[in-house]
Ligand binder design. Structure first.
Ligand code: GUN
Ligand code: FE
Length: 426
């Protein structure tokens, strides 16, 4: 069977490539990949064509920290800080999940993410039933690095979520074997929740497995001052220093939050090429703090963007996250401290680096996988419209509802705002 060819015509293209190219033109997709980029492309044959006049074409958003299992817990315990929120609300609710609720929680979250232009996620599930989240990921067509959460330690962890070290490792390995590499868009990440809920033995094993299989590790660190104090009291070190001590700090480690890093931790993150996932909405909602992102970027740290779970900010929308990422820094560090371009880089190519997929996704370039979105801004009453500073318009004035079309791995998963792979489920 011939490979399917899809032509997108007349778009304003924000490539996010190294040259920051922005121009009006066309993109030809063949199978999963971008075959050609140019102006007035006229391929011999195409199977489908999208007229993208008045639309901006850009790489799909890469959302590097989410808990799909928390989608259904929105609006729960909104006025608590992290440890109370986990103990009083989130952990009991996660313990109450069953196979069906995990599947629908994931489906609802993914539907919302795709409708908001997210094409890749880094997802941390709960302790049980993670296979059902992977089934939702597979069906939806989204690209994902996901894993079951690991929790084998801590008085406060409810019995139903507390696992033995060996069961946690075995179950994780089972899911890794079943899902890693599936359909060319699913990867497994070992996901120890945070140091507070993980034994040293578990974390050491995870470091060995990550090295052996060259698989990512996804965890939370330095989010909240109480959390940091617990780690210091129990392990005698700060979060990132401790993770480094156990052999976990390397280019495969994705650390969500990193709000309160000291100089030693920053140096470790920079030297070991650890990936930071900045979650501004969640950090505001849980009163965790404001991460020093302008400083991190200036000192060449890898930073990407995540919304965290739905209850952390009531919104899985990358447009909201981008606006917040820019706005929260400006009153502190000045109007140019967090530029729109830097924010969009975090949401695209920065995310691709976090997944270790910078050669595959995150920008519009020939040979890369076609993970693309079309955003229709012509209904905005802005003048002069269309040509001027499209990056600023995407970051500051676009909403999820402006996303018209979403393509993942060359497949159209949303067209004219209609989800194509998952309508019957949500
Ligand atoms: N730290 C440990 N677990 C969680 C979680 O579920 N959400 C957030 N925001 N932080 C965490
Ligand atoms: Fe989180």
């Amino acid at each position: 069977m011939a490979v399917r060819r899809l032509l997108i015509k007349n778009a304003q293209i924000i490539t996010m490539n190294k040259q920051d190219d922005i121009f009006h033109g066309d993109v030809l997709i063949e199978g999963e990949r971008i075959k050609e980029i140019g102006t007035n492309l006229q391929p011999d044959t195409v199977d489908a064509e999208i007229d993208a006049r008045h639309q901006i074409l850009l790489p799909g958003f890469i959302h590097t920290h989410i808990h799909l299992c928390q989608t259904l817990f929105r609006g729960q315990g909104d006025d608590w800080e992290l440890m109370d929120w986990l103990k009083k609300r989130i952990w009991p609710l996660e313990a109450a999940h069953d196979e069906e609720s995990i599947y629908y929680s994931a489906m609802l979250g993914i539907g919302e993410l795709i409708k908001g232009g997210t094409t890749s996620i880094v997802d941390m599930e709960t302790v049980h039933h993670t296979d059902f989240a992977f089934q939702a990921i597979q069906k939806s067509g989204i690209r994902a690095l996901a894993g079951k959460v690991m929790m084998d330690h801590g008085e406060e962890v409810p019995k139903l979520l507390r696992e033995t070290t060996s069961a946690s490792l075995q179950e994780s390995m089972h899911l890794y074997e079943k899902w890693h590499g599936k359909d060319g868009r699913i990867q497994y990440a070992f996901s120890p929740r945070f140091v507070v809920s993980c034994s040293e033995e578990l974390l050491k094993e995870v470091a060995l497995l990550s090295e052996k299989y060259q698989v990512c590790v996804h965890t939370h660190a330095s989010e909240n001052k109480d959390e940091i104090e617990i780690v210091e009291q129990e392990r005698g070190m700060r979060n990132v220093v401790y993770l480094d001590h156990l052999g976990l700090a390397n280019e495969r480690l994705i650390l969500a939050h990193c709000v309160w890093l000291d100089e030693e931790e920053k140096k470790i993150i920079r030297d070991r090429k650890v990936k930071v996932s900045h979650c501004p909405g969640s950090n505001l909602k849980l009163a965790s703090g404001i991460a020093e992102v302008p400083h991190m970027l200036k000192s060449d740290m890898y930073v990407s963007l995540g919304a965290d779970g739905a209850p952390c900010n009531n919104n899985l929308d990358m447009f909201q996250e981008m606006k917040l990422a820019a706005l929260i820094q400006k009153p502190i560090h000045g109007p140019t401290s967090m530029k729109a371009k830097q924010v969009l880089q975090m949401a695209t190519i920065g995310g691709a680096k976090a997944l270790g997929l910078e050669h595959e996704i995150g920008s519009i370039e020939v040979g890369k996988k076609a993970d693309l979105i079309l955003v229709d801004l012509h209904k905005l009453h802005a003048f002069p419209s269309y040509d001027i500073d499209p990056i600023s318009r995407i970051v500051y004035s676009a909403y999820s509802s402006d996303v018209e079309t979403v393509i993942i791995n060359g497949e159209i998963v949303m067209e004219n705002r209609r989800l194509k792979t998952m309508d019957e489920d949500i």
